[in-house]
Design a binder for this molecule. Structure first.
Ligand SMILES: Cc1ncc(COP(=O)(O)O)c(C=O)c1O
Length: 491
């Protein structure tokens, strides 16, 4: 006997537009079930009957039934036939509830308090390339051809392990090249096993915070200091004590109410003011860290660029087994978009932090790491740093001369040391550095206001002016526009 359901499905089938027959039949049956013309528990027509009625192959109908069954629309009872699933609409409703529509109203976004706090303090600049941008190297001087040649060689026949998840905390070749480099160039005491490759310092700061602090713990940061660390600490619910810096770097507190779990410092070149941490201050900090059982996190972000005097060795290497986690990056020596950095972990932390890193971030980029290892081993890395050191030194001198000539010596920040990728133009206390920076940014001059780097009320006003990436032809005209903005803005 011809079943009524065949007619229902046939009608729907004829009205359903779709090029492929199996898609058309699938859509027709789904519609019938969803709009109720095929009710829960209704018997489905035998596949042979339906195929004959619709002039389809039986295989096509079987395939569609299989799909509907897999998705829970229909189910088969052994020796009695195929039926529309009794709870089909409940199932579909819960499925729909699970796939929450993308259009959650804004007032229901339910962001965490930590997230709201971070959004309120978001500091990453929306523009990342323009004259006088601080912290960005001259990416146009990168030896792209040389690097591409090495990269192409590696990528032509990559080791299969380069193409899967990285489970070794970075490529062995890169870690080994780095440990040699860090021992000689930065005086870091390390073996390859202590090195962990990260996606830059930013990720490394997040990793150490998450692994070494619990919510409610305390951390010391520099005041003023790197904005990124504040957001990471906020997001991990760690209390922040922002300690002043002077011409010798961070001033530790002898009688801290709350002992810090972590102490974040930039000893080689205080960020952003520029002082170098003196030897007595380093020794004091190390002894306090031991007393408090804290870890010092040494952010050595731009130490390769020191333009006079001796290079300043790392704090980590000052003592055997120092309580220091050393962090570095290729963002300043090569370019930020590489997103490659490294951590030198004290032995006791190496295994757990590598494991956590692997669990949290699922790293990769082994092909580029292999190319970078070769780039370092063949001496191109050191040569590029030497070349950039000369270029940045020249640009820094030009900028200093321009500041003296067009603004006056008093505008040179007191702690500016002859190093790094930026310097500070000091502004009078009454100046609104945020507003001045905004006006300059509109003109394409990407200086940043010093006020943004303070955690508590700012003590000093100024502008961070990057000299590394300004092309020679732009230096004077862009600087004169900046001077105009500074002088125009009355304070
Ligand atoms: C002091 C300091 N630390 C860390 C970073 C971030 O480095 P990375 O690009 O490796 O995340 C920056 C970037 O400007 C910085 O200025």
């Amino acid at each position: 006997m011809r079943s009524l359901t065949v007619d229902v499905i046939k009608q729907a089938f004829l009205q359903t537009p779709a090029e492929k027959l199996h898609k058309k039949l699938y859509a027709a049956i789904c519609n019938c079930i969803l709009e109720g013309s095929l009710r829960p528990a209704a018997r489905m027509p035998p596949t042979r009957d339906l195929a004959n009625e619709l002039s389809l192959s039986r295989n096509t109908v079987l395939r569609v039934y299989e799909q509907l069954q897999a998705e829970g629309y229909i189910s088969t009872r052994t020796s009695s036939g195929t039926f529309v699933t009794e709870s089909v609409l409940d199932n579909l409703n819960t499925q729909a509830a699970r796939t929450v529509p993308a259009t959650v109203p804004e007032d229901r976004a339910s962001l965490s308090l930590r997230c709201l706090e971070l959004l309120e303090n978001a500091s990453a600049s929306p523009a990342q390339w323009g004259d006088f941008i601080p912290g960005v190297p001259d990416v146009e001087s990168f030896p792209h051809r040389t690097f591409k040649k090495i990269y192409d060689r590696v990528a032509r026949r990559p080791n299969p392990e380069y193409l899967t998840y990285d489970a070794a905390s970075g490529l062995e070749e890169l870690k080994s090249a780095l440990s040699d480099y860090l021992r000689t160039a930065r005086g870091v005491k390390c073996t390859t096993d202590q090195i962990l490759i990260t996606e830059g310092i930013h990720q490394a700061l997040d990793l150490v915070t998450r692994t070494l602090c619990d919510p409610g713990d305390n951390a010391w940061i520099e005041e003023p200091g790197y904005w990124g660390i504040k957001n990471i600490l906020r997001m991990n619910a760690v209390n922040i004590s922002a300690l002043d810096v002077d011409d010798q770097g961070l001033m530790p507190q002898a009688n801290a109410d709350e002992k810090p779990k972590l102490i974040f410092v930039t000893p080689s070149h205080q960020y952003p003011l520029g002082s170098v941490m003196s030897l007595p201050r380093r020794q004091l900090l190390l002894s306090q860290a031991r007393e408090f059982q804290s870890w010092i996190v040494e952010d050595d972000y731009d130490s390769e660029f020191r333009f006079s005097g001796q290079p300043i060795p790392s704090l980590q290497g000052l003592e055997e087994n120092s309580p220091v986690i050393y962090i570095g990056t290729f963002s300043k020596t090569l370019y930020p978009a590489l997103r490659l950095g490294y951590v030198v972990l004290p032995n006791v932390l190496a295994a757990p932090l590598k494991k956590v890193h692997n669990e949290l971030y699922r790293s990769g980029h082994q092909v580029i790491q292999a190319a970078l290892a070769e780039f370092i081993r063949e001496g191109y890395y050191a040569a590029h740093i030497r070349k950039m050191r000369q270029l940045y030194s020249k640009r820094r001198n030009q900028l200093v001369e321009l500041i003296k000539r067009h603004l006056g010596e008093e505008y040179l920040g007191y702690y500016n040391s002859n190093a790094g990728l930026h310097l500070i133009i000091q502004l009078p206390a009454a100046a609104d550095d945020i507003h001045i920076a905004k006006l300059a940014n509109v003109e394409g001059i990407l200086v940043r206001p010093l006020s943004r780097y303070y955690f508590n009320a700012q003590k000093s006003k100024g502008l961070l002016v990057g000299f590394a990436s300004v092309q020679d032809d732009n230096m004077l005209p862009s600087f004169l526009r900046l001077v105009k903005t500074i002088k125009y803005k009355a304070y």
